[in-house]
Design a protein around this ligand. Structure first.
Ligand code: SAM
Length: 281
């Protein structure tokens, strides 16, 4: 039984970290004409009105996209400015932040003729909302398990593939399931770019995923983390957001670091960004 609904968290600091990284990766991939298959294994609703009762309940966007939006006129970093332009195009009126776009929107908005996009969602209500979004006609929405769905698609029919794996980790075993799927994906699409999001929690469950991947033989794994608070400061709740990128495009680390230098002070005085190669080439 799935209970997680991303609308309660839409636009929070983890979304900023995840979607900025995704945007930067897509931006690199678009520099070549060869076709890309994009896969979003855990899609959610696709677009989140900030006024929705679920989003208003926790208002997590106030510690995420909101301070960035308020500072938008003075942003200097080119990646951040390009991202802001895309974000602005998702608004009903360009001057106000009314919606926060989820990963299906970020993947769909720059989809070209030659590209494909498959969006998996297993929650019936979330899938219904995703199906109602006005995405690209080439965005195929599938009601089903995203990890199994991804594996069934491999090898992809296009020369390149880019996968986002962004589970809710409601079940502890998902950390291992994600690692197993990543290893399988790497076997079938050695040069595929795979992005994996994970939460930083006091329980440190994400170490299952990190350790499994380190021991798997998969190479070129880059890791970045955005920490709102220091580990151990609070007994409960997510204190940071983690991203792994397998086969990151060349220069991604520096581009994200430059954007993060501008973002972190806007998110809070204790906010910190760190990145490293988890497994080198
Ligand atoms: N990727 C989205 C974004 O960035 O906007 C947010 C996704 S949210 C963290 C996780 C989503 O995965 C939820 O909507 C949940 O219903 C869905 N989900 C959970 N288990 C799934 C599974 N096995 N296959 C596909 N979707 C699943």
């Amino acid at each position: 039984m799935l209970s997680y609904q991303h609308a309660y968290h839409a636009g929070n600091f983890a979304d900023v970290h995840k979607h900025l990284t995704l945007y930067a990766v897509i931006d690199y991939l678009l520099r070549k004409k060869t076709a890309i298959t994009y896969v979003d294994t855990h899609a959610g609703r696709g677009l989140y009105p900030l006024e929705a009762p679920e989003t208003q309940r926790l208002q997590e966007y106030r510690e995420g996209i909101w301070p960035l939006w308020q500072a938008r006129a003075g942003l200097n970093d080119p990646l951040l400015n390009a991202w802001k332009e895309a974000l602005t195009s998702a608004q009903k009126a360009p001057a106000s932040l009314t919606h926060y776009p989820g990963s299906p929107w970020w993947l769909s908005h720059s989809l070209r003729e030659q590209d494909q996009l498959r969006l998996f969602e297993l929650h019936p209500g979330e899938h219904e909302q995703l199906s109602a979004q006005g995405l690209s006609p080439r965005a195929q929405r599938v009601f089903g398990d995203g990890l199994a769905g991804l594996e069934a698609m491999l090898p992809a029919i296009t020369p390149r593939i880019c996968v986002l794996i962004d589970p809710s980790y409601e079940r502890k075993v998902e950390y291992q399931e994600v690692a197993d799927t990543v290893v399988y994906t790497h076997e079938k699409a050695r040069h595929g770019v795979v992005l994996i999001w994970y939460p930083l929690l006091p329980s440190d469950h994400h170490l299952t995923l990190l350790t499994a991947l380190k021991e798997s033989g998969v190479r070129k794994i880059w890791r970045s983390e955005l920490l709102l608070r220091e580990p151990g400061e609070q007994a409960h709740g997510m204190f940071g957001s983690g991203m792994l990128v397998i086969n990151p495009p060349w220069g991604l680390d520096q581009r994200i670091a430059a954007a993060m230098e501008e973002i972190t002070p806007l998110l809070g005085t204790d906010t910190r960004y760190q990145a490293e190669w988890w497994v080198r080439e």
